[in-house]
Design a protein around this ligand. Structure first.
Ligand SMILES: *Cc1c(COP(=O)(O)O)cnc(C)c1O
Length: 475
């Protein structure tokens, strides 16, 4: 071994020495002896290996402390944790989609803390069914005969195809053979379910007569799939749902639909997109419709299947239903969320997804103006802040072509790049996820929840502080 490496190794302090430093003593009080010792050992081992590998990285007491603090923080923090969503995308799949209403959170806690009547009938004292808690409620809200809820909409579609299309000739438009996030391909799930695809029409146009030809040649059912975040714009055509269902029923065949997001309220009345509601689909005669619980509905992750009792009964008996079933926490959240929909005005104020989607540009502008002033005060001369009129997205594959006018605070950092600021924000606690456009870091007010603004101000200041300290320490 070379002398230089040996002398660098000798310069590394002993673990007990580091533990006696005042900062480290404070951490021991906060995090406990074990976690601090482990973190110090881990960092010293790391540095020893670097020295032996011939690294010339600077190593000072200050750097050691910064590194131990980082390791300690990561070690003692939850890996799955809160994130402030400043992206403006309301149903951000990577950020957990719909935040829950307070009523749903309370329902989860009350059911999770102790026992519940999950599968127990309190009237008879006998075994009950987990699906009974919400079946009548969702049927009342969408106007269906029967309903079943499973783990998510992918599971709902899978179950529907497995039970109802196996060994059948399924008519589907070429324009709807889409892949839905996370490589869920409708065509492949259908083939795996043992269905035979009868593709009709073209990618951009499918006419009623295309379906009719397929039905004349002997098909077993018709499937319609919402194309989610995929849109063909321009020269396109798709039959009116009601006419297509009527045609299918004229051949005495069933009609199933994967509606994707599916909404209980009519966003068209608020100038948002041109999506029909779940109720519209069922009113058009669709036999079974499936949709997500955590997209436009604004509840927990779940997949709903609503429609004719004869089909839903078969789905309930399918062996897969057991493997795809929802747990009690989800049921509690879903029931509490659905109850809010009994009064639409209440749903719009109590369910965060609806509240965010329907926030007026004017109220967001006022909030952005205030935030820009507070942010400028908080970060001082390290950046420039301004209010920016821009657009938010719905996300989650819902209403993909809709741009919702919004207001944001745009920050241009002076000494660092916007990407460096974004990275520091992601590493904070709570983490902040924002976006960069034209060298500005953009914080969209639409997706900030109650309590987020105060935490965002602290997070942005801490991010600037963190970058300042680490670049200082490297000098
Ligand atoms: C989102 C979506 C799915 C998957 O729903 P999850 O609840 O995420 O499993 C399936 N089909 C369509 C059309 C969708 O938009």
């Amino acid at each position: 071994m070379e002398g230089k490496e040996q002398s660098r190794l000798r310069e590394l302090p002993a673990v007990h020495k580091v533990l006696s430093w005042p900062n480290v003593q404070l951490w021991i009080e906060e995090f406990g002896h074990e976690d601090v010792v482990n973190s110090v050992q881990k960092v010293l081992d790391e540095w020893r290996r670097q020295i032996l590998a011939g690294s010339d990285e600077p190593m000072s007491e200050k750097l050691l402390l910064a590194r131990v603090k980082a390791v300690l923080t990561a070690y003692t923090s939850m890996h799955l944790r809160r994130v402030i969503n400043a992206t403006g995308t309301v149903l951000h799949t990577n950020l957990g989609r719909a935040p829950l209403a307070d009523e749903a959170l309370e329902a989860i806690i009350s059911v999770a803390r102790g026992y519940s009547n999950l599968e127990y009938d309190l009237t008879t004292g006998e075994r009950g069914h987990r699906y009974e808690h919400i079946e009548a409620l969702i049927c009342e809200l969408v106007g269906s005969e029967a309903a079943l809820v499973v783990n998510n909409n992918a599971a709902a579609v899978f179950l529907m195809l497995n039970e109802l299309t196996s060994g059948k000739k399924v008519v589907i438009s070429r324009g709807e053979l889409v892949e839905i996030g996370g490589s869920f391909r409708v065509s492949e799930v259908m083939r795996a379910s043992g269905a035979e695809l009868v593709e009709v029409g073209t990618t951009n146009k499918t006419h009623l007569r295309d379906y009719e030809q397929a039905l004349q040649q002997g098909a077993d059912l018709v499937l319609r799939v919402h194309t989610s975040n995929f849109r063909i714009i321009g020269f396109t055509e798709q039959p009116v749902l009601k006419e297509l269902v009527a045609l299918t029923h004229a051949y005495q065949l069933p009609f199933f639909e994967d509606l994707g997001s599916g909404s209980l309220i009519d966003f068209r009345q608020h100038g948002l997109g041109d999506e029909p509601t779940i109720r519209d689909s069922l009113a058009a005669g669709v036999d079974v419709v499936s949709f997500s619980g955590d997209k436009l509905l604004g509840g927990a992750q779940a997949g709903f299947l609503c429609g004719k009792k004869a089909f839903i009964d078969r789905l309930k008996k399918n062996q897969l239903a057991r493997a795809l079933r929802v747990d009690k926490l989800t049921l509690a959240a879903i029931e509490a969320t659905l109850r809010l929909y009994r009064d639409e005005a209440r749903a719009k104020t109590r369910i965060p997804t609806l509240r965010m989607l329907l926030s007026s540009a004017q109220s967001l502008q006022e909030a952005a103006e205030k935030l820009a002033v507070d942010m400028a005060l908080s970060i001082g001369d390290r950046a420039r802040c301004r209010v920016l009129a821009t657009v938010s997205k719905v996300g989650g594959g819902a209403l993909p072509q809709v741009d919702i006018p919004t207001y944001a605070v745009a920050v241009v950092p002076f000494a660092i790049s916007p990407e460096q600021l974004l990275a520091a924000l992601r590493n904070g606690n709570p983490a902040v996820v924002a976006r960069v456009a034209s060298d500005e870091v953009i914080f969209d007010l639409r997706t900030l929840l109650e309590g987020d603004i105060q935490d965002l101000l602290v997070a942005v200041r801490s991010a600037f502080d963190a970058i300042g300290t680490s670049s200082e320490a490297r000098l």
